[in-house]
Write a protein that binds this ligand. Structure first.
Ligand SMILES: [Zn+2]
Length: 189
């Protein structure tokens, strides 16, 4: 059992949100998270990147509907959702354990790059833009600076569950991930 300083977690959440003009959950969401069912998490060691996948969702409300109405979760699964225009939406508050790496969510901050970044012949894909990547890198740098002694790893969703055959966060993000790890001094999961 880890003791969590409530003031510190609120301070860090606010610091990250203000630095990146993150649109807070209550400002864009249409549903209220079931806060009393969410579990605290804090000693993060990993930042995990995702994409929306083949449905290519770029509207956070659609993702909220999918997670909370269709899947019946208590909140959006990711901690941050980044639009290709660089806008960052807050998902689950950072001090609540995410729901984005099945069975292994503890200690992992989940960032969603909204869009479909897996190039497949059977569907229309998005192109990972410089703006999108830059916003992601800036957010990673800030998160790492807030958890300098714990965060060591940066990976794509598929790297955390290598036997599942997942493609998330898509080949376009995976093509950049080694460069990103080097930039932030983080290692592969
Ligand atoms: Zn994913």
């Amino acid at each position: 059992m880890t003791l969590i300083n409530v003031n510190l977690e609120t301070f860090i959440r606010t610091t990250i949100n203000q630095k990146h003009n993150v649109i807070e959950r209550h400002k864009w969401g249409t549903k209220t998270p079931v806060a009393n069912k969410l579990v605290k998490d804090w000693n993060f060691d990993s930042i995990v990147l995702h994409h929306s996948g083949n449905d290519g969702k770029t509207d956070p409300v659609e993702i909220e509907q999918y997670h909370m109405t269709k899947k019946g979760w208590d909140d959006v699964g990711y901690h941050y959702l980044i639009h290709s225009n660089g806008t960052i939406y807050e998902g689950r508050k950072i001090f609540h354990k995410g729901s984005h790496v099945a069975g292994a969510n503890t200690g992992k901050i989940g960032i969603l790059l909204m869009g479909d970044f897996d190039e497949q012949w059977w569907d229309v894909d998005d192109n990972l833009s410089k703006t999108h990547l830059a916003a992601t890198n800036r957010l990673i740098a800030t998160i790492k600076s807030q958890f300098p002694h714990s965060i060591r790893k940066l990976g794509g969703h598929k790297e955390y569950l290598p036997n599942k055959g997942y493609s998330c966060p898509g080949n376009q993000v995976m093509d950049k991930i080694n460069e990103m790890r080097k930039k932030h001094g983080l290692s592969k999961p």
